[in-house]
Structures are given as C-alpha cells and as structure tokens.
Design a binder for this molecule. Structure first.
Ligand SMILES: Cc1cc2nc3c(=O)[nH]c(=O)nc-3n(C[C@H](O)[C@H](O)[C@H](O)COP(=O)(O)OP(=O)(O)OC[C@H]3O[C@@H](n4cnc5c(N)ncnc54)[C@H](O)[C@@H]3O)c2cc1C
Length: 285
C-alpha cells in the first residue's frame, strides 16, 4: 500500500514584535487544515536558536500539530549540538530537519572553527547520539545546490545523507517540475527510496520571487518572470497568476508521484491556504 501523503508548513522565528504578535493566528489558521507537521527554521551561526525553540513552544500551544525544528551544524560543536538535541528530546520533539546551514565564506573553509562541515556529519551524529529518537529530514536540490561543483557530485552528497540515516528529504523551492522528476529518476537508479517532498514557495510578489530564486539558485522560468514583471503594479492579477502557476506545479507533482508537499509559508497563512483549497486538499477548516 502506498504511504499516505505528507503535507507540512515551514515557519521562521519572527524577528519583530509585530511578527511575534501575529504568529499564533498564522499557526491557528494553518493548523485548522491538519498538516502533518510544522517545521521551524534555525538561523545559521546561532543567531536565533532560542527563537526556534520559542516558535516550537508557540506551535505546541496554538495547535495540536507536531513541530519539527531545523538544526544547522556548520561552525558548531558536538557539545553544542548534543545540548540542543537534549533540549528538543525533553520538549517531546520527534522530527528534526538536519542541515549544514550557510555562513560567510570565511567560516566555510576547511580551517573554519566548528566540528561539522556538512549535513551528512550532522545526520550521523544524531543517529550516533540519539539512535532512532528522531525522524530526520534532510535537504535535497533538484536543480543542484549552488555551491556544488556538479549535479553528480551534489547527488553523491545527497546520497551520503541518506546513507547516514535520513528518513526523508524536503527539496529546495523550484518552479520546474521536470527538475524534480529528473532528481527522482536519479534516486531510483541509486536505490534511494526515502520520500523526497517538494518544497513549494507560493508566488505573491515579483520582487520576492526573484530574490528567493536568486538566493538559493532556483531557476525562475523566463515566461513566469516576464509575466510577474508585467503584473507588478496589479497586485490582485499578480496573485491570481502566481496561484495558477504554483497550483499547476503542485498538481503536476502530486499527479506524478510526489509524496506530499512542504509549503514555505514565510509566516503567511493566506497564500498556502489558497493553494491548499485550489488543490482540493482535505480538511479545510
Ligand atoms: C528544506 C530546506 C530547509 C532549510 N532550512 C534552513 C534553516 O532553517 N536555516 C538555514 O540556515 N538554512 C536552511 N536551509 C538552507 C541550507 O542550509 C543551505 O542550502 C546550505 O547551503 C546547505 O545545507 P545542506 O544541509 O543542504 O548542506 P549539505 O548537504 O552539507 O550540502 C552543502 C553543499 O556542500 C556539498 N557537500 C555536501 N557534503 C559534502 C562533502 N562531504 N564534501 C564536499 N562537499 C560536500 C553539497 O554538494 C552542497 O553543495 C534550508 C534548505 C532547505 C532545502
């Protein structure tokens, strides 16, 4: 029997008093459609570790939904990561999104301080120290991680994370469904069977979409960019267009075997819920 599909929403720890005040309502609206879990980002370099924990507590307080913290390792030490894992275990966390994270170039060199350099080392460390206490999700890059020397090398690095004990993967945002299908074909050939859930970024603004894509090396198809530029001064039309584009992407993915969707909400309930409704997903509140 096929596994049930997984639907999740990603949140970030709010950085402003207004963001903090708004978060419970965002969580409440998203929780009403009964996602499988919320994931909560974690700033590389430790800038908002407490924010991740506090957001986790807010999710627990305002929803009955599982919360999965992201954990980045670059520049960190085993003792520090072990302390965070202990804290999460005590808080009842069952799933971790295990990542390398990004730091300035100086901190990424082989001589950089810190005992971890790549996410596969973090996955191994979690398994060594916590056994099966956590389900581990890792990142996948259908369009190749921007720092990777080649798609093949990047895929080998992904395979290492799976071999280290990842249970599942969440992809970087993308707008070309074929890149995902190509990645899944490569997984099939490599005997990788873990679910790889597409990461979906709703489109609600031209500038933000261009910026998000540039920031993570995702390809924004030319025709989409041109249409967004054209609609830049007509917000309702732009939002409708963005909804059409991303709905079709999600339908294509789900219709061809994707094991669920992970929505990058950017702490906004409406865009993800509009997509949810357009996709006819169950339990809309
Ligand atoms: C779903 C998702 C959630 C994210 N959440 C966060 C977050 O909360 N906080 C945050 O700071 N960032 C987050 N990121 C961004 C992520 O931290 C960056 O993309 C980062 O640059 C790579 O992280 P990774 O875990 O994929 O790293 P890795 O898998 O370690 O890969 C990083 C790069 O190194 C290469 N590589 C991997 N292993 C080796 C090796 N052994 N030898 C040589 N090269 C190697 C890979 O090919 C790749 O180019 C997220 C990304 C995704 C897709």
């Amino acid at each position: 029997m096929a596994s049930p599909l997984s639907f999740s929403f990603e949140l970030f720890p709010p950085r402003t008093p207004e963001g903090v005040a708004k978060l419970p309502s965002v969580i409440g609206q998203l929780a009403a459609v009964r996602p499988d879990y919320f994931s909560i980002t974690y700033g590389a370099g430790g800038s908002n570790q407490d924010g991740t924990y506090e957001t986790l507590v807010t999710v627990a307080r305002h929803s009955g939904v599982e919360a999965a913290p992201h954990l980045t390792c670059v520049g960190s030490t085993r003792a520090h990561i072990a302390a965070l894992l202990k804290r999460y275990r005590e808080a009842g966390v069952k799933r971790i999104v295990a990542l390398r994270g990004d730091l300035p170039a100086t901190a990424m060199s082989a001589s950089a301080p810190g005992e971890f350099h790549y996410a596969n080392e973090l996955v191994s460390f979690i398994r060594e120290t916590c056994g099966e206490a956590f389900k581990i999700e890792v990142a996948a890059y259908p369009e190749t991680h921007p720092q990777a020397p080649s798609p093949g090398a990047d895929f080998e690095h992904f395979r290492r994370k799976v071999e280290a004990g990842a249970d599942g993967a969440l992809t970087q945002l993308f707008y070309n469904a074929d890149a995902y299908f190509d990645f899944m074909e490569r997984c099939g050939k490599a005997g990788i069977k873990i679910p790889v859930v597409p990461g979906i970024m709703p489109i609600t603004s031209c500038a933000n979409t261009v910026r998000f894509c540039a920031g993570c090396g995702a390809d924004l198809p030319r025709w989409v960019r041109l249409r967004l530029e054209e609609l830049e001064n007509d917000k309702p039309a732009l939002v409708d267009f963005g909804l059409d584009v991303v709905t079709r992407l999600c339908q294509t993915l789900l219709g061809n075997g994707a094991p669920g969707l992970h929505f990058y909400t950017v702490n906004q309930a409406d865009p993800a819920l509009r997509l949810w409704k357009r996709l006819g997903l169950p339990a809309l509140g």
